[in-house]
Design a protein around this ligand. Structure first.
Ligand SMILES: [Zn+2]
Length: 237
């Protein structure tokens, strides 16, 4: 079997480096260790990127200064919540804009509620969720690496977020619902998107509250594609 272009690239290029942040100052998801396990599995299989972790305030203070971020190509916010004790939060958002990757998983939009520059960077702010429910997920752009190989639509049982500070004109929509998960009212509601932030690349997926969602093959492919796109390893086609 011929090696894929991605695998060939991985053998010649040094792996990109991602800092996985899982500090929480609000609600703490029990699924955070599963997010880390899934991410580590993707990194180990893919070999195009390697992971470091900031799990505590102290690790965040040491690894996420503008100076220490020089060692990273991007960050993953793994269901972070609340006002994180970043050493320089404006400098952090500027660092992304200078051409780094930001990957946000689930509660990453429930983070920095009083920091507009972060919310504008990620593209929306968590507003509300109802009881866990089954929704029909539709792919809105099949050409993104984060949707490659996914069906046109499928059913997912998860905790489903509604957003504020979300403007469809500011994001590139990847996954959406066509009706409200609680009221059934028709309308396009976002579940995952990408956006450019300066020269930086932002990928956010609202899905991934439940451990069985995080460990589903489709979710791993979605996350891996989003990470690779954000790191500039793959382009939309
Ligand atoms: Zn949740």
């Amino acid at each position: 079997m011929a090696a894929t272009p991605a695998l060939q690239a991985a053998t010649v290029a040094a792996p990109k480096k991602l800092l996985v942040v899982s500090v929480t100052k609000g609600f703490r998801h029990e699924s955070i260790p599963v997010i880390e396990k899934v991410l580590q599995g993707l990194a180990d299989q893919n070999r195009a990127f390697a992971l470091d972790y900031a799990r505590t305030d102290e690790e965040l203070a040491a690894k996420a200064t503008v100076k220490s971020l020089v060692g990273f190509d991007g960050v993953v916010f793994a269901s972070t919540t609340g006002d994180l004790p970043l050493p320089d939060r404006d400098g952090f958002v500027d660092w992304i804009a200078k051409g780094h990757a930001f990957v946000g998983i689930h509660a990453a939009t429930d983070t920095f509620p009083g920091f507009p520059a972060y919310l504008d960077m990620i593209g929306g702010q968590f507003k509300h969720h109802g009881p866990q429910t089954t929704v029909e997920v539709f792919v809105r752009d099949p050409k993104s690496p984060a949707t490659a190989g996914l069906p046109k639509s499928w059913s997912v049982f998860d905790e489903i977020y509604q957003f504020q500070r979300y403007d469809p004109a500011r994001v590139h929509l990847l996954l959406a619902m066509d009706k409200h998960p609680e009221t059934g009212e028709a309308g396009e509601l976002p579940l995952a998107w990408t956006r450019s932030h300066g020269r930086g690349r932002v990928f956010y997926t609202a899905l991934g509250h439940r451990e069985d969602v995080l460990e589903a093959d489709w979710y791993k492919a979605h996350l891996l594609g989003g990470i690779r796109w954000a790191l500039g390893l793959d382009e939309a086609h």
